[in-house]
Design a protein around this ligand. Structure first.
Ligand SMILES: [Zn+2]
Length: 101
């Protein structure tokens, strides 16, 4: 059973890694911000597809997850909406400043 600290640690680590990749892309490309954010969201979708595919064969993973694309994509949409509804954190303000540098 996962604890809140385990979930928070995973959330913080994924946020840090994705933000770092996003900032690198901002500095090394001339792509518009929304294009890069769409590519980042697409990368999550691609990861979903790869991991779901790995779970389609019986016995391929002991975790027991059975992908359901419609439900899973709705869960991902809800997570994106909930996160973007939240007040911006200090970290996100730093991303915006870094993007304009
Ligand atoms: Zn699994």
């Amino acid at each position: 059973m996962l604890t809140d600290p385990e979930i928070e640690a995973a959330r913080a680590e994924l946020h840090r890694m994705i933000r770092a990749a996003f900032c690198r892309a901002m500095h090394t490309s001339r792509l518009p911000t929304m294009t890069l954010l769409s590519l980042a969201a697409g990368a999550v979708g691609a990861i979903y597809k790869e991991v779901a595919h790995q779970h389609c064969r019986a016995g391929s993973c002991p975790c027991g997850w059975e992908p359901n694309r419609a439900e899973d994509v709705e869960t991902l949409r809800a997570a994106l909406a909930a996160t973007t509804d939240a007040a911006p954190s200090t970290d996100l303000r730093l991303v915006e400043v870094a993007g304009r540098a």
